[in-house]
Design a protein around this ligand. Structure first.
Ligand SMILES: Cc1ncc(COP(=O)(O)O)c(C=O)c1O
Length: 381
């Protein structure tokens, strides 16, 4: 039996998503910019997908720009905002625990003279709001890029409070909601962010499609120019089948959240954590218990090294990861866990076990059984 517990790396494409995509590979493959009926029909279909994504986050369809991935969405927002605030006497705040798709573009800004500061988190992995507030400076132009939920721990950030403070200072707000959308309510009609990034493959759409929400009236400078698709905000002929998949996944996950699907995922995650704590000594559950997505258990196993555990788990059919997929093979403790104040030893002993709506109780039972065996083996007892 194979058990997939790495849905934060990428999630299984939902069969209904595949079904929604197929007609746009097989029959309706026309260019949505073409003027004849077949093209116009495809354009209308893209419009419906835009509505589905907009509904997931409480946006207007016209505020949704389809992109090639979450990394692209983050880069688009950050590079456009960099241009807007200018590099002289301006300031950028990000958190220590951002994904590299925010840290690397803001590092590049720092390298050319922008004042980029990183705000820390507490031991539960939540943004230090006091430090954040102290660093805001209403006398200069600025923006923040703070994630909605962390990819390693699943901890949901105080994005509402951070957005209110940044807006009060007159700053722009971008949030990487890539690990939050489709898992917890993400509503731009309730939290007035200006830019918000989404990636399809984190919630059962395929890899290689995402979107950037751009609030109406926000300044925006396109990163990719050309034929003027996406109302000139992201040129390039639309990846229609994948956009259709993203739309369907948004619809499915809205329904799952509203009708108890994610609650069930949370119950399985709790079962996983409780069983691990009951069956294995020296287990530490990391991150806020209260503020987190339903699908992540982040666990340290005293006296173990994750890099030794992972191949054994893999051999036994359990797929999970230490930290994020992007960090695989890098022999460094996770920057997220270091920001939470963990020792190197604890950081190296942690696993991220991420579930999805496809996870079953039998899989959880099997994963616990295998983990108990692997921990005994690695500890040599
Ligand atoms: C929080 C976060 N931001 C950005 C990304 C990058 O998204 P994509 O893989 O679609 O480029 C990921 C993916 O791991 C992520 O978890």
């Amino acid at each position: 039996m194979s058990v997939y517990l790495d849905s934060n790396a990428t999630s299984q494409v939902h069969p209904e998503v595949v079904e929604a995509m197929m007609p746009y590979l097989k029959e309706a493959w026309h260019n949505p910019s073409s003027g004849y009926r077949a093209g116009r029909d495809v354009k209308a279909a893209v419009g419906r997908a835009r509505e589905q994504v907009a509904e997931l986050i409480g946006a207007k369809p016209s505020e949704i720009v389809f992109t090639g991935c979450g990394t692209e969405s983050n880069n688009m927002a950050i590079k456009s905002l960099a241009r807007e605030i200018g590099r002289k006497a301006s300031k950028v705040l990000v958190s220590e625990i951002e994904h590299s798709a925010v840290l690397r573009p803001t590092d590049a800004m720092a390298a050319v003279g922008f004042d980029v500061e990183r705000v820390g988190v507490d031991t539960e992995g939540r943004l230090d709001l006091e430090d954040f507030q102290n660093r805001l400076d209403s006398s200069v132009p600025g923006f923040i890029s703070i994630m909605w939920a962390n990819n390693e721990t699943g901890v949901v950030q105080p994005i509402s409070e951070a957005t209110a403070l940044a807006k009060e200072a007159g700053w722009w707000v971008h949030t990487d909601a890539i690990q939050a959308a489709g898992k917890v309510p993400v509503r731009v009609d309730e939290v007035p962010v200006d830019f918000l990034s989404i990636s399809g493959h984190k919630f059962h759409a395929p890899k290689g499609v995402g979107c950037l929400y751009i609030r109406e009236g926000s300044p925006f400078e396109p990163m990719i120019r050309g034929g003027g698709q996406e109302s000139g905000r992201r040129s390039g002929t639309e990846n229609v089948p994948y956009i259709m998949g993203l739309g369907k996944a948004a619809e499915i996950m809205k329904d799952e959240m509203e009708n108890g699907g994610m609650k069930r995922v949370g119950e399985l995650r709790d079962l996983l954590e409780e069983s691990l704590a009951a069956k294995i000594k020296g287990v530490q559950l990391n991150g806020s218990r209260e503020h987190r997505t339903a699908n992540v258990a982040h666990v340290s196993f005293d006296g173990c090294v994750a890099s030794q555990m992972l191949p054994l788990l893999d051999e036994a059919g359990v797929q999970c990861s230490a930290g994020s997929a992007c960090m695989t093979g890098k022999n460094q403790p996770s920057h997220v866990q270091k920001a939470m104040g963990f020792s190197d030893e604890r950081a190296f002993s942690s696993l991220r076990l991420s579930l999805s709506i496809f996870t079953t109780e039998e899989e959880i039972d099997r994963a616990v059984e295998v983990l108990a065996w692997v921990v005994r083996d690695v500890r040599g007892n």
